[in-house]
Design a protein around this ligand. Sequence first.
Ligand code: MG
Length: 279
Amino acid sequence: MLESTHHRKQTKSTILKIKIMKSQLQIILVSLLPLGVFNLCAQVNDKPMKMQSAMTELWEPVPEIVTPGQADITGSTTAPSDAIVLFDGKNLAAWENKDGKAAEWTVHDDVFTVNKGKGDIFTKQSFEDFQLHIEWSVPEGVTGEGQRRGNSGIFLQNVYEVQVVDSYENLTYVNGQAGSVYKQSPPLKNAMRPPGGWNVFDIIYTAPRFKENGTLILPAYVTVIHNGVVIQNHTQITGHTPNTGLPKYKPHGPGPIRLQDHNDPSEAISFRNIWIREM
Ligand code: MG
């Protein structure tokens, strides 16, 4: 009997608790109601503020003033005021050979000519992202065929070759034509001037990024304008540019511009007016 009384008391107390909980729930719900109404009102009133033209104006940082170079009708452009001049017709002071000694290519008539057998030359300075202006000429009456005619090259950061070769009426594999990323990306067009003329390359390059452990975060990209014609449009570089083998990335930091002394027997090509802007 005692147990049963106890049980009834427990049941009553449970019912009471449930009733209290119900009434508390009601209070909570009732108290939330105005909030909900308020939120609804806020949503109606919180329409995005009306856009005004000034809201999208940026005033800082102010771009640095650069005095642009002057272009002639061939597309040869003198260095802008913030460029590093790598060759202005006078000497190869900005260049060295692979041993860090004086570059032994031949300076004459405001240009320099590859001195075959003396090896590649390198800028003394190293670079990361840049805009490079460089002009080159295959001599009139050049002999040889395919890759063995006016071959040189511009190695970006000493690793990635933008091909220099006589592509004027000269058959070769397309990813080896002038302005190709060598053995990777053919040029979009062939904008080559005939031998004796000057070719202008404007090269915009973004260096690859590596993690500290050496893995690639971002590949390199290159845009090449050849005599005013875009021939590489933000082309992804897939690794180094060997003659034999597949492109691979190896981690590296800033690197020089390297010009190639190609071991073909054709008449040597010349360069002039070289400048670079770091970005
Ligand atoms: Mg080459």
